[in-house]
Design a protein around this ligand. Structure first.
Ligand code: ACO
Length: 329
């Protein structure tokens, strides 16, 4: 088994108060509570207000992390942020979080890996620490997908929610706690199955672009679903094998919360009964890069994860990207 280089210390989350229920969607598009629950497992999702920017939500999550870890904001040397819905494109989202948080001694940058952004961020943090570049790396996953969701498209609008989560990565305190195995992979050939076509330098904002609704997330749901099931199974196998573990040694699986049926298929592949799988998709929907750190914080604060727990996290998202991290808490 790999001797961990880094451990995760402290967690935090922020979820906006406002809720959109399936009943709300029944009034907005041609859908039903029953269809949404049966096909996705989602009952409600949280939607940010005008003041709840990503910088504000992420800063709140980061402050909780620092308090839990007993680390001062001035000790943070890197701030790594996963998001697909930044407050603005330039500077990076990480720069705006750094400013609000006051982490003035940190190098701050984004990792673009859509829903896999938080786990890619953990892997980058491990690399920074292994290279001797960092000692206290804040890793954030934060999204305001409600701003890039087309509320006239019933195939996507029912899925997404807003929120933020974070953790601190630092050198393993005892050589036993921490990341035991990890994996990340991308297939850019499948990028056109889940994308936003406009707003970037290729297709700058224009009246035509807004009319064509290119600003919003587009997704080929069925194809994405099939790739997600396949890739999350692959990611589980890879991280476990690198850690020298098997599924039955995992205390808790925290999968990206995209669809209840994908979660169930991933659990089945890993040989885990559903009582060892964390599910909160019913309350939050798909919060992309924020989904795993929000779930992680809920598990830590509720005592579902305790010292020594073996936790397998696995994600899949636009790119396509997929990733996994297995950690001894
Ligand atoms: N209400 C009612 N009917 C609907 C709705 C809705 N909200 N949405 C679609 N339908 C209809 C479709 O129009 C279709 O009707 P038709 O048969 O008459 O054409 C029918 O339901 C079935 O549509 P499918 O797309 O096949 O439905 P599916 O069971 O695949 O569920 C879903 C769709 C929920 C989107 C699913 O495909 C999914 O979860 N995909 C993966 C999502 C994912 O993992 N994303 C990755 C991360 S996201 C990120 O990176 C930001």
């Amino acid at each position: 088994m790999k001797r961990p280089i880094v451990e995760l210390a402290g967690t935090g989350r922020y979820v906006p108060e406002r809720v959109l229920t399936n009943a709300d969607f029944e009034r907005m598009v041609d859908t039903s509570d029953q269809w949404i629950i049966e096909r996705t497992g989602i009952r409600e999702r949280h939607i940010a207000s005008a003041e709840e920017t990503i910088a504000c939500m992420a800063t709140s999550a980061c402050r909780q992390v620092l308090e839990a870890a007993g680390v001062g904001v001035e000790e943070v040397d890197s701030l790594v942020v996963g998001t697909a819905s930044p407050d603005r494109f330039l500077p990076s989202q990480a720069c705006d979080i750094q400013k609000v948080l006051g982490a003035n001694n940190a190098a701050a940058f984004d990792v673009g890996a859509a829903c896999s952004g938080f786990l890619y961020g953990l892997n980058v943090a491990e690399g920074l620490i292994a290279a001797g570049t960092g000692k206290n790396v804040l890793v954030v996953g934060a999204e305001r997908l409600s701003k890039i969701t087309d509320y006239e498209d019933r195939t996507t609008c029912i899925l997404f929610g807003d929120g933020a989560g974070a953790t601190l990565v630092r050198p393993s305190s005892d050589g036993k706690r921490g990341i035991l195995g990890n994996y990340q992979k991308t297939d850019g050939r499948l990028g056109d199955l889940l994308y936003r076509s406009s707003g970037g330098a290729n297709e700058p904002p224009s009246e035509e672009m807004l009319k064509g609704r290119g600003y919003f997330i587009h997704m080929a749901g069925r194809e994405t679903f099939k790739s997600a099931v396949r890739s999350m199974a692959d990611a589980c196998d890879q991280a476990l094998s690198r850690a020298g573990l098997t599924g039955d040694q995992v205390d808790l699986l925290i999968p990206h919360q995209a669809n209840m049926r994908i979660i169930e298929a991933t659990a089945k592949h890993a040989g885990l009964p559903m009582d060892r799988v964390y599910v909160n998709i019913d309350r939050y929907g798909n919060t992309s890069a924020a989904s795993i750190p929000i779930a992680l914080d809920e598990c830590v604060r509720s005592g579902r994860i305790t010292a020594g727990s073996i936790v397998l996290m696995v994600a899949f998202g636009g790119g396509f990207t997929w990733a996994s991290v297995v950690v001894r808490w």
